[in-house]
Each structure stands twice: as structure tokens, then as C-alpha cells.
Design a protein around this ligand. Sequence first.
Ligand SMILES: CC(C)(COP(=O)(O)OP(=O)(O)OC[C@H]1O[C@@H](n2cnc3c(N)ncnc32)[C@H](O)[C@@H]1OP(=O)(O)O)[C@@H](O)C(=O)NCCC(=O)NCCS
Length: 177
Amino acid sequence: MTDQQILTRTDRLIIRRFTTSDLSDFLAYQADPVVRRFIPGEPMSQRQAASYLAVQAALDEHAVNAWHAYAVEHAGEQRVIGDVGIWLAEEPPRTGDVGFQFHPGFHGQGYAREAMHAFLPHVFETMDVETVTATCDTPNTASWGLMKRLGMRMVRQSPEQTQFALTHQEFDGATGR
Ligand SMILES: CC(C)(COP(=O)(O)OP(=O)(O)OC[C@H]1O[C@@H](n2cnc3c(N)ncnc32)[C@H](O)[C@@H]1OP(=O)(O)O)[C@@H](O)C(=O)NCCC(=O)NCCS
């Protein structure tokens, strides 16, 4: 793993670019029914997942109208336990819609919060995003509980969907950066 592939580290995690060697770790969670419950569409086949990881490994970090996913590696176990990502929209002011998914064996231990808290400064500072948004199904309480825990502001809620937003300024204010 080169330094260029690592976005940031936390006490327990390494947030980094995917590599094609992450396939078995990725397959171990991305098709899990617990993970898929609120994610639309079908899980990827092994072949689709391999090509997805190859695209992510080579993607220009500033490419717009593109989904950018990053591996969350458990430093102690040296395996990928989930991913965080952002859809980079084109029009100014630059907005990005974030998402996350973690292996069910690692839920409820603060890993998603820790990963997103480390990922957001990278999004604001290196990817030049001004406002981050996140949308999930309202019954997906784990997802919007996480958004609240990250200090995101609820902007819209219906029985079906809940949307949050966070500006660079709000994030810096909340974290004393
Ligand atoms: C959403 C998800 C990433 C949360 O991951 P996680 O590692 O379990 O979350 P954390 O342990 O870091 O929890 C962070 C905060 O989220 C909230 N949260 C997490 N799980 C929760 C649950 N089951 N119910 C309610 N709130 C929950 C809590 O506020 C928690 O903060 P706290 O521990 O201080 O109370 C995980 O449940 C997941 O992968 N779900 C499937 C994929 C998915 O639905 N992704 C979102 C699509 S929009």
C-alpha cells in the first residue's frame, strides 16, 4: 500500500483507495441481505464487483458525475470491513452525496462514525466539496442515526425518505477545525 493510496488513518481504520485485491473482502459484505435491505437494486455479481473495484482503483479523484468509493480497512485485522463514498455532482456550488456500507459483523461498534468523521475532511478539503448531502429510506434508522451523529442537519423528511446536509463551514464549526 503506497501513501498515495491512503486518504487518512484513524486509531482503528485506514481509509484508502480500493484495489482489485479487495474483491473477496468486498464480496463478503456487499451482497449481504442485512446490508442490502435499504439499498436499491441488485447486489453485484463477482464479475461486476471485480470490474467495479478496477474502475474505483483507477478513477480520477476529481471526476464529476461519478461515484467515488473508498475502502475502509480494519488496521488490526488487515481486511476491508466496509466502504464510504461520494457522488460528485457537476454544477457549482459543488455538492456531493455521501453513502456508506459496512459488514454486519462490524456494525454497532462505531466504525462507520469513525470512518465518516475521517472521510469528511478529505471530501471538503481535498475534493473541494462545499456541501455534503445524504439521503436514506426513513425506516433505515441506522443510516440516519449515523448522519445525525456526524452533526448533519436534517433538511427533509417524509415517511419514505430522509435527507441530511452539511456544509464545509458547518463541519469546521462543529469540529473546531
Ligand atoms: C448504516 C451503517 C453504515 C452504520 O454502521 P455502524 O458501524 O453500525 O455505525 P456506528 O456503530 O458507527 O454508529 C454511529 C451512529 O449511528 C447510529 N446508529 C448506528 N446503528 C444504529 C441502529 N441500528 N439504530 C439506530 N441508530 C444507529 C447511532 O447514532 C450511532 O452513534 P452512537 O453509537 O453514538 O449511538 C450500517 O448499519 C450499514 O452498513 N447498514 C447497511 C448499509 C446501509 O444501509 N447504508 C446506507 C444506505 S443509505
